[in-house]
Unconditional design. Structure first.
Length: 164
């Protein structure tokens, strides 16, 4: 399953993508708001990515994003089941050089539409830590609305939801 936007090509995560993803993970503040990836080591990251590749064998939920014109690595996106819940959640992780250029909105719009139109999902969730105000603004711009919150590891986690 290949998805496209005006500027990007979105392909299922592959082992060949791991070196570029690892570079992104090591950028300053790359994982600041992604608790499962915060302060982890190389082995953890590689295992984490290999599990995502394995997950994709049953249902594609993790993709790599590249620029359409030069195939430059931009980041990763996901649309997958959240932990042990029945919620499908959406996410975007970009290299620093692509921040604040509209890529997150472009990619999340495409994934949201794919989830609703092609996968016929009844709802898509955005799950993030309260202090990540950029995620709240992005999700609101994508017409997600606040759904609920909970405390995990002494931090508030917010859930926004999109329903068609």
């Amino acid at each position: 399953m290949i998805l496209e936007t005006t500027r990007t090509t979105i392909t299922p995560l592959a082992k060949s993508d791991i070196p570029e993803i690892m570079e992104m993970y090591h950028e300053p503040d790359s994982n600041k708001f992604i608790p499962p990836l915060l302060d982890k080591n190389e082995d953890y990251y590689i295992d984490f990515l290999n599990k995502k590749i394995e997950y994709n064998k049953n249902e594609i939920g993790f993709w790599t994003v590249r620029h359409t014109t030069d195939n430059a690595f931009i980041g990763t996106v996901n649309l997958n089941q959240f932990a042990d819940t029945d919620m499908i959640h959406i996410g975007c992780h970009l290299k620093r050089e692509y921040w604040n250029q509209g890529y997150a909105f472009e990619l999340m719009s495409r994934l949201r539409d794919y989830g609703i139109e092609d996968k016929h999902l009844k709802a898509i969730h955005g799950i993030f830590s309260e202090e990540h105000e950029v995620s709240a603004k992005l999700l609101e711009k994508l017409n997600f609305v606040f759904f609920k919150s909970w405390i995990e590891n002494e931090k508030q986690i917010n859930i926004y939801r999109y329903t068609p």
